[in-house]
Design a protein around this ligand. Structure first.
Ligand code: ZN
Length: 489
């Protein structure tokens, strides 16, 4: 076997094990009996250890070196990303990896308890420990001390090819413009869902009808119930979506399904022949999020989609019989600042991200002490969103990310929104008005466009280049602002 073949076989096997680990986690989120949790944690730790050992196998360095000499362009693209991932993994001392894993699981438990009690002080020592370790992690990974900052090293793990400075240059003016839009436009309350009982089974059937319509292949995936919705890939032909049902609001689950379906469509569109290799893998969290936001927001909250959806909704939910498409669209595009990021509307959402980006950057570079986080959060929140935070559970304790040491993760949500809006403008140039396509249920050309421009490339290009090639333009927040002004201005 050539070195490239050895590498391919090795990574495919690692990907098989990762798929099994994903299956075990999916089962934990959807079906695991509570008494089985400790046993499941042992299974997950055993799998994680095996997978990590494979991904840092010392033979990989030799194979990567040898394969580079006779690589064709596809192979070279795979080797570039494999080399980067391998080098990053090898830079982390095993003791640090273990310390981080332990700190994460402890911080997760203390975060849960602190959030229930709405008491930041209970989480603060664990957050401090996480920050100390994450600084070590960033230093081990390396960053450019001339002009760069520690945050760059962490961001690179979530959104390769971008930088803190580039993210700040995108987010800061975006926040100013969004704040202006909010103050000009004022709040737009949602027409209330008619009181009624909307059974989960009916909602599941509606969700599956929408999945089929937009092109999610249910022979290569399925939709199940969970507490916190997510999408996970167990293998190239097995993409699992999850949702949760509120039986007083059928749109809540539907839009979370649509969001996860955007992730799922991306996964189903990746080249199956490259399974286990970078060309068969999603390029970044931001690009992944762009696909979910594209279907949930750009398409799903458009007037055309509301027209298409209304009769389907009414045929299953008689309580909504009195609504017309304008009422449905008004419900889907309500604007009202709130405390919780995951409930935020399209306009306010990015302000929640700017807040987190600024604070975690300050925490990391030491200009904000952990103990001062709640006060800093609350003051900044009031300036950005005009609301006074009165308890930590609704404030700086609401997200799981920092307990998971996911510092550098938050900006990928807004990057996803920016990519999605930029893709929508380019798709409109090629396909015509997307709202009109959605109104007649013509989702296939939209999906085909995303398949060709984004999905088919896997990790061939880093996100900034992928977006440039897909849209013909450099990344900018202007398309997102145009989208928000058009829809909400
Ligand atoms: Zn998402």
């Amino acid at each position: 076997m050539t070195s490239y073949e050895l590498l391919t076989a090795h990574h495919r096997e690692a990907a098989l094990w990762s798929g099994i680990a994903a299956l075990v986690s999916w089962d934990q989120e959807c079906f695991l009996p509570t008494g089985a949790a400790p046993w499941r944690a042992e299974q997950q730790a055993a799998l994680a250890g095996m997978i990590h050992a494979r991904r840092t196998d010392p033979r990989l360095g030799d194979w990567l070196q040898a394969a580079a000499d006779q690589a064709d362009p596809d192979q070279a693209a795979n080797l570039r990303r494999l080399r980067r991932d391998y080098d990053r993994a090898c830079r982390l001392p095993p003791a640090l990896v273990i310390a981080l894993a332990k700190a994460r699981s402890e911080a997760y438990e203390s975060w849960k308890a602190a959030r229930v009690a709405s008491n930041f002080a209970r989480f603060a020592p664990d957050l401090q420990r996480i920050l100390d370790l994450v600084r070590e992690e960033a230093d081990a990974l390396g960053w450019n001390s001339a002009g760069g900052e520690r945050y760059d090293a962490l961001l690179e793990g979530f959104e390769p090819g971008t930088s803190t400075a580039a993210v700040a240059a995108l987010l800061t003016p975006l926040a100013q413009e969004v704040a202006r839009l909010l103050s000009e436009r004022g709040h737009r309350p949602a027409p209330a869902i008619p009181r009624g009982h909307y059974p989960a089974g009916t909602q599941q059937a509606l969700g599956e009808e929408v999945l089929d319509a937009i092109g999610f292949d249910r022979r290569r995936g399925r939709l199940d119930r969970t507490v916190h919705p997510f999408c996970t890939t167990l293998g190239p032909d097995d993409v699992r979506l999850t949702t949760r049902y509120r039986e007083d609001d059928p749109l809540d689950a539907l839009y979370s399904t649509l969001h996860e379906a955007g992730h799922g469509l991306y996964e189903q569109g990746l080249p199956t022949a490259q399974f286990g290799l970078p060309l068969g893998d999603a390029v970044s969290l931001g690009v992944h999020e762009s696909q979910s936001r594209f279907w949930e927001n750009v398409i799903g909250r458009g007037r055309g989609f509301a027209q298409w959806l209304l009769p389907r909704l009414q045929s299953r939910c008689a309580e909504l019989g009195g609504w017309d498409a304008t009422t449905l669209h008004a419900h889907l595009t309500a604007v009202a600042p709130g405390f919780i990021r995951v409930d935020a509307d399209e306009v306010c959402y990015n302000l929640h991200i700017v807040l987190r980006f600024e604070l975690e950057r300050q925490l990391l570079n030491g200009t904000l002490a952990v103990t001062d986080l709640p006060a800093a959060w609350n003051a900044r929140f009031e300036r950005l969103l005009g609301l006074k935070v009165t308890d930590d559970a609704q404030g700086c304790l609401q997200d799981v990310h920092w307990s998971h040491a996911g510092i550098g993760y938050f900006p990928t949500y807004t990057l996803g929104n920016c990519y999605a809006a930029q893709l929508a403008e380019a798709a409109t140039r090629d396909l015509g008005d997307l709202d009109q396509l959605a109104a007649r249920g013509a989702f296939a050309p939209i999906l085909a466009w995303l398949r060709e421009r984004i999905h088919a490339h896997g990790c061939r290009y880093e996100a900034p280049e992928l977006i440039r090639r897909a849209t013909g333009q450099e990344l900018s927040s202007a398309p997102l602002l145009r989208h928000l002004r058009r829809r909400y201005g």
